[in-house]
Design a protein around this ligand. Structure first.
Ligand code: GDP
Ligand code: MG
Length: 440
């Protein structure tokens, strides 16, 4: 798959402390092949690859401390651009009602998405929606929309399944106007495959309803097949947007990339579950990260880069190397991490973090960190530089001063000692093998 290939390529470059021009060339070649194999238009690929190449060998990467990660960041940003840069807005009718037509294959999620979006826009844009049940082919389709409408308290227009969908839509719009509904969502029938009968019907529905948006609903799990489906629908109906559903599944959503570049149609929303609130506006940057399999790790890197003082980082590095790392430095480091924001937020951005949600021992206890800070602040400079002098009467004083217990102070001192011991061992091991020393 496209996502799989890109991830392989990125894996190779991720850990690199130095990235040569040859590395970038190799990476660009692989990205190019992956995109071409995924049917992305060759002109798009060409300009995409030359852009990342230009940026990757440029100053912004070579000067950075972590070139491997920077290259990935460049690829990620350009992927986001390829999917449409900033998220696109909904197109509302100048003269209400706004009409949104939902089309797509059977099971893609049209009915569900129509109801979700009706609910979403009602809240976000203060609209009064009505849904039209124009799928007369699937026995339970009308009932399904009525059930969802009932749950959300949104009216559903139906004439049963004996009237033609085109007639249902025509009358539905009249009714909506009469009842001052300023947002109309039309749920249509799907087929298992694209066929002319279906397309003819959709063209007629389009002709009577003059939609402001025609959304193709595609199942993200269908992968590259979604691209062909999107092309066929776009050729006949001139889509204005795509809703990609079932992104809550395992899929990486690589199809998102090609859909935009092949059809020129932006993805506007993504479905993230079966519940009615599981719909979100599409964020190209998040999708790019997802395609590269990084969670939101890039925003984490950015955050860290913006807040951690580079000079300080280098100084810390020097100290780590000489193992002259003191409790003061430790405190400093805590401060640096804190500047990035609440630890829970940081954790949430880590790839795979949602797996840990609810697992108690994965949660970082901010109170504990407060405690560590208080303890260290209650020490004298001499104690901080040389914790070995902290005898039992000093421990008692520190505990009192920091509002903690002697056991807390003992624990911290032991942790610090263990940490230093580990550093020493680490440094000792890497001394002989310069090439593997991460600080070189
Ligand atoms: P339609 O045939 O295109 O109208 O598809 P439906 O709206 O009936 O959806 C088909 C199935 O996919 C239903 O079981 C939905 O609950 C499910 N579904 C739709 N969107 C999503 C989504 O974003 N995530 C998940 N997990 N399921 C979805
Ligand atoms: Mg349906």
């Amino acid at each position: 798959s496209l996502a799989g290939r890109l991830q392989e390529t990125m894996k190779k470059i991720r850990g690199k402390g130095k990235v040569s021009e040859a590395d970038v060339k190799q990476m660009a070649r692989e990205v190019r092949l992956a995109l071409l194999e995924a049917d992305v238009n060759f002109k798009v690929v060409k300009s995409f690859v030359s852009r990342i190449q230009e940026r990757a060998v440029g100053q912004e990467v070579l000067k950075s401390l972590t070139p491997g990660q920077q290259v990935i960041k460049v690829v990620q940003e350009e992927l986001a651009n390829l999917m449409g840069g900033d998220q696109t807005k909904l197109n509302f009718a100048l003269k209400p009602p706004t009409v949104i037509l939902f089309v797509g294959l059977q099971g893609a999620g049209k009915t569900t998405s129509a109801a979700k979006l009706a609910n979403f826009i009602r809240k976000a844009n203060n609209k009064k929606p009505m849904m039209i049940a124009a799928d007369v082919y699937r026995p339970a389709a009308i009932k399904q929309l009525q059930t969802l409408g009932g749950q959300l308290n949104i009216p559903v227009f139906t004439l049963g399944d004996k009237v033609s969908p085109v007639e249902i839509v025509r009358q539905g719009i009249e009714q909506a106007k009469a009842e001052h509904n300023d947002l109309i969502l039309i749920d249509t029938a799907g087929r298992l495959h694209v066929d002319d009968v279906l397309m003819d019907e959709l063209e007629q529905i389009k002709a009577v309803s003059h939609p402001d948006e025609i959304f193709l609903v595609v199942d993200a799990m269908t992968g590259q097949d979604a691209v062909n489906v999107a092309s066929s629908f776009n050729d006949r109906l001139d889509l204005t947007g795509v809703i990609m559903t079932k992104l809550d599944g395992d899929t990486r959503g690589g199809a998102a990339l090609s859909i935009r570049s092949v059809t020129g149609t932006p993805i506007k929303f993504v479905g993230m579950g079966e519940k009615m609130d599981a719909i979100e506006p599409f964020h190209p940057d998040r999708m790019a990260s997802r395609i590269l399999g990084m969670g939101d790790v890039l925003s984490l890197i950015e955050k860290a880069q913006a807040t951690v003082d580079e000079e300080k980082a280098r100084e810390m590095e020097r100290k780590l190397r000489s193992v002259s790392f003191t409790l003061d430095d430790f405190l400093d480091q805590i401060g640096q991490v804190r500047k990035m924001g609440p630890l829970d937020d940081l954790l949430a951005m880590m790839p795979g973090a949602n797996k840990f949600k609810g697992m108690k021992n994965m949660q970082i206890d901010e109170k504990k960190i407060d405690q560590v800070e208080a303890i260290i602040r209650s020490m004298t400079p001499m104690e901080k530089n040389d914790p070995d002098i902290i005898n039992s009467s000093r421990r008692k004083r520190i505990a009192l001063g920091s509002g903690t217990s002697i056991a807390d102070v003992n624990r911290l001192l032991k942790q610090f000692k263990d940490m230093k011991k580990m550093m020493k061992q680490f440094m000792g091991k890497t001394k002989g093998k310069k090439r593997n020393n991460p600080f070189n």
